[in-house]
Ligand binder design. Sequence first.
Ligand code: IMP
Ligand code: MG
Length: 179
Amino acid sequence: MKTIKVHDKEFSLYLRSEEIQETVKNVAEQIKNDMEGKNPLFLIVLNGAFMFAADLFKYMNFPCDISFVKLSSYIGTKTTSVVRELIGLDEVLHDRSVVIIEDIIDTGITMGVTREKLKKLEAEEVKIATLLFKPDAFKMNYEIDYVGMKIPNDFIVGYGLDYDGHGRNFPDIYKIIES
Ligand code: IMP
Ligand code: MG
């Protein structure tokens, strides 16, 4: 089995590029069904979602706005993620259909906070699209509108996802080999 090394850790091939592309097409189809004709605003969450988003929009050719936000979060002593800022949001959300594009939802805290912030900006509706979802790690109780694939609670890299800044630039996704 193909393995890669990122920093000090070994990872083995988990999802091939072809399988990822099928998943991306499927998510695009679902979003298109709901959003075509609504002139939605898509907010791509940097850094991780850059590759997913680049592929996703190749399958969604209807009028829409695309923008980027960068979430600044930190891990507290109790492994709680706190979203401190939403950088780069300069669009007016009032009365718009907003779709957040994420790479992965783990505990769901980051997206939970983001979602609440966007709702306060009076968006008509706020939907969440994620390529990957770890249901066993999810601690929140909001709905995730578009899920590409549910995966076990293992650490992964590739296709935008990183381990300590590295590993984003692989077309496939790799799973950590626990030693
Ligand atoms: P949350 O726990 O849902 O708030 O996710 C926090 C952030 O951790 C996400 O935005 C991801 O960027 C990152 N993350 C979660 N799981 C993984 C993983 O398996 N590999 C790389 N990054 C991850
Ligand atoms: Mg992310």
